[in-house]
Ligand binder design. Structure first.
Ligand code: TRP
Length: 331
């Protein structure tokens, strides 16, 4: 809790994956932006976390971090309302990470489902590193160094947050109650599939990016997969399970009922359906694109925002660490 504002603290982070797609917007950024008025928010570029998997090729991390912050700001994150910073600028996270690693049992980390999953699925990288195993410990340090109570995350991060709570509890048991246990704030959106119907992901080349042009977006929407049984316009369609219909539910929600009826009756063909979706999607994306272009006219401004953010973050992180060193008995 921030004593001067009486607001609870929110913390979240994202690994720099470069330019963001509409899935990031629907699944995270919309919520991050909306929390800014009710909470004191900290939003962090998790560039150290990116290193846990990308340590062998770091050529994109700096530029990807930059582009991601541009997208954050374009989606409404505001440096006046929130603390926006880069993890590697606040080295205090590393000290708390080290101290937490002393009391975190290896078995807790090894049984973390995301760890097990990635170790077995990702074969083109050597993930048998200390850093990758310790991913959730660093994530815990990120959150609790600000004593954040709420963490907006997607479903995939829930196991990490559960671990954070356990590590936090263990710390408090040993050294006194310093940290509140952070709780997740789950975004309640349906996952947007990519234009080919699979999970939207950079590696599948099926994403609609916030930085795509108006025409580029239309072109992508026109190439979207639809109900494979509907070939001609007057074929009977099956909107349930059709990616275009799922998008319509989000971007054209006033008309979904009619769209569903007309698709099923054969009155509405996929081409027209996609055209209407493209238009609606562009209406949502246009202001984001505009803001993006404006922001890119002054790149220094972005670096300044990050610098100011890290100063604010550092102040708080340092005061927490003073408490922590004393609680542990080092001082
Ligand atoms: N693990 C998160 C992700 O991959 C990024 C992250 C790092 C994070 N530190 C965090 C998220 C702290 C929430 C809180 O998206």
């Amino acid at each position: 809790m921030n004593k001067s504002t009486n607001k609870q603290r929110v913390f979240s982070g994202m690994r720099p994956s470069g330019k963001l797609h509409i899935g990031h917007f629907e699944g995270a950024l919309k919520m991050w932006a909306s929390l800014q008025d009710t909470y004191e928010c900290f939003y962090m570029v998790a560039d150290w976390h990116a290193l846990t998997t990308e340590y062998a090729d770091t050529s994109r991390i700096k530029e990807d971090s930059f582009q991601m912050v541009v997208d954050w700001l374009a989606c409404g994150l505001s440096p006046e309302k929130s603390v926006i910073f880069r993890q590697s600028d606040v080295i205090e996270h590393a000290e708390l990470y080290l101290l937490l690693s002393m009391l975190t049992p290896v078995s807790w980390l090894e049984r973390c489902p995301t760890y097990k999953e990635q170790i077995s699925e990702i074969k083109d990288k050597d993930l048998s590193t200390h850093g990758f195993l310790g991913y959730p410990v660093l994530q815990t340090a990120d959150i609790i160094i600000y004593k954040a109570q709420k963490v907006p995350v997607g479903q995939d991060q829930i196991p990490h947050l559960e671990l954070s709570r356990e590590i936090c509890r263990r710390f408090n048991n040993f050294y006194g109650k310093i940290f509140p246990e952070p709780e997740p704030l789950l975004a309640e959106v349906s996952k947007l599939p990519g234009i080919d119907g699979r999970k939207m992901s950079k590696s599948y080349n099926n994403s609609i990016y916030l930085s795509d042009t108006e025409e580029g977006t239309l072109k992508k929407v026109k190439s979207m997969f639809t109900d494979p049984k509907k070939i001609k316009r007057d074929d009977i369609g099956h909107p349930d399970g059709c990616p275009v219909f799922l998008y319509q539910g989000i971007y054209n929600s006033d008309n979904t009922q009619q769209i569903s009826l007309d698709c099923k009756s054969g009155k509405l063909g996929c081409t027209i359906c996609k055209e209407s979706l493209g238009k609606e999607l562009n209406t949502v994306l246009e202001p984001i694109r505009e803001k993006r272009t404006k922001l890119l006219q002054n790149e220094n401004n972005i670096y300044e925002i990050l610098e100011n953010g890290s100063k604010k973050a550092k102040d708080i992180a340092q005061s927490t660490l003073t408490q922590v060193r004393q609680a542990i008995g080092l001082r």
